[in-house]
Write a new protein. Structure first.
Length: 402
């Protein structure tokens, strides 16, 4: 599956950080993780740190799929408003999901603190109304979040102009957000796992998955067999390959990144994630070397050749949108790219077993704009499932909810 187009910044910046071996022999383990991106890294790390014998297999080079194209905004805010989630699942369940995502940010910070230079940095998050008719909904959203203890501040048009220098009907400001270099974080985690004795194998494609009553047998393209007590399918958007019916829709998202900009010119953008209420939404963040990363312009195209052809035009549109907000900011695009992403109908991920594959095959589908945040939560949820313990998010993130 061709997941990206153009020149994703993390690939260009970091290159291929580590060489991991290909699987050349049969093996047995407690848990086999299919997928060598940031989701698989966080899950494998969680399991290995708690005594499980883990083996990871990735069909590409480690971290070279969607992780290298991720824009890595770490937020507790789900693509679906708390208001809408409450209408669908009830207020308690909606708040549980939002609160868990808020708790995931410091959890990710703790993981990043044990790694070397993964560019994890805290940020504010500014969610602004794209149109005047969005203002009322965002004000209601801010009130509901505040009522449940989330630290948010409502900024009206004048306050937004004074503090952030652009025009919009209003915005929700939150301090619970962060950014990271996702490819570097995944690579560092896998390198540490390998050094600690965990098997990490790239360029190893799984072509068959056969669940049994006591174990799951995997067969690679090269003919090797992996026998595991449990399997976690963390293959990103390719995970749906193992199910007969799709549970999410694949789309394309586009991004561009500028040359480094002096902090004096970036102003508040240096420490604030900015995104909008329109769908698809424009969003912005900075990197540790002072570049402005801009994403959005999502569309329903899932054909690599068509996506490739759109990258430059989409990047030009993203540049124009940023210039409309910040006309004095010098925007000189250095790289632009596109990537496949999937979104669920309700904005929530899927973690856990699916009836089609049985109780020993666990899926990690951290779909939507909160992919890395969801992955951090899913690591603990799946460990609980494998250890046959209850987890408060298990039913909300389960396939059975749909």
């Amino acid at each position: 599956m061709d997941l990206k187009s153009g020149y994703p910044f993390w690939s260009v910046k970091n290159g291929l950080m580590y060489a991991f071996p290909r699987l050349e022999a049969d093996l047995r383990c407690d848990v086999a993780v299919i997928g060598g991106g940031i989701t698989g890294a966080l899950i494998a790390d969680e399991l290995a740190r708690h005594g499980h014998d883990v083996a990871v297999v990735e069909q590409r080079d480690i971290g070279w799929g969607s992780t290298s194209a991720s824009t890595a905004l770490l937020q507790y805010e789900i693509d679906t408003h708390l208001l809408d989630l409450a209408l669908r699942f009830g207020e308690d369940a909606a708040v549980l999901a939002y609160r868990a995502c808020a708790e995931a940010i410091p959890m990710l910070r703790s993981v990043a603190a044990d790694l070397r230079d993964v560019a994890f940095e805290p940020r504010d998050s500014l969610y602004y109304a794209s149109h005047r008719w969005h203002r009322g909904t965002l004000e209601d959203e801010a009130r509901l979040r505040a009522r449940h203890g989330f630290e948010v501040e409502w900024l009206d048009r004048d306050a937004l102009q004074t503090r952030y220098g652009f025009e919009a009907p209003g915005a929700i400001l939150s301090a619970c957000a962060a950014v990271v270099d996702p490819y570097r974080m995944a690579s560092r985690l896998f390198h540490r796992l390998l050094a600690g004795g965990t098997g990490v194998y790239d360029r190893t494609r799984i072509v068959d998955l056969s669940p049994g009553a006591r174990q799951v047998t995997l067969r690679t393209e090269g003919g090797q067999r992996i026998v595991a007590r449990h399997v976690v399918v963390a293959a990103g958007y390719a995970s749906q390959h193992w199910l007969s019916a799709r549970v999410a829709s694949n789309r394309s998202s586009y991004a561009m990144i500028t040359d480094p900009i002096d902090d004096a010119h970036l102003g508040v953008l240096a420490h604030t994630l900015v995104w909008e209420s329109a769908r698809p939404y424009l969003y912005m963040r900075t990197t540790d070397d002072g570049r402005l990363l801009v994403g959005g312009e999502d569309d329903a195209v899932d054909v690599p050749a068509r996506r490739d052809a759109r990258v430059q035009k989409k990047a030009a549109r993203l540049r124009r949108k940023v210039k409309a907000l910040f006309p004095r900011l010098a925007i000189n695009p250095a790289f632009s790219w596109a990537g496949t992403f999937a979104e669920t109908d309700d904005g929530l991920p899927f973690f856990g077993a699916h009836p089609q594959q049985g109780p020993r095959v666990h899926f990690a589908m951290a779909y939507g704009g909160n992919g890395i945040t969801y992955s951090m939560l899913g690591a603990g949820l799946l460990r609980a499932a494998i250890e046959r313990r209850r987890h408060p998010l298990a039913s909300l993130f389960a396939f059975s909810r749909v």
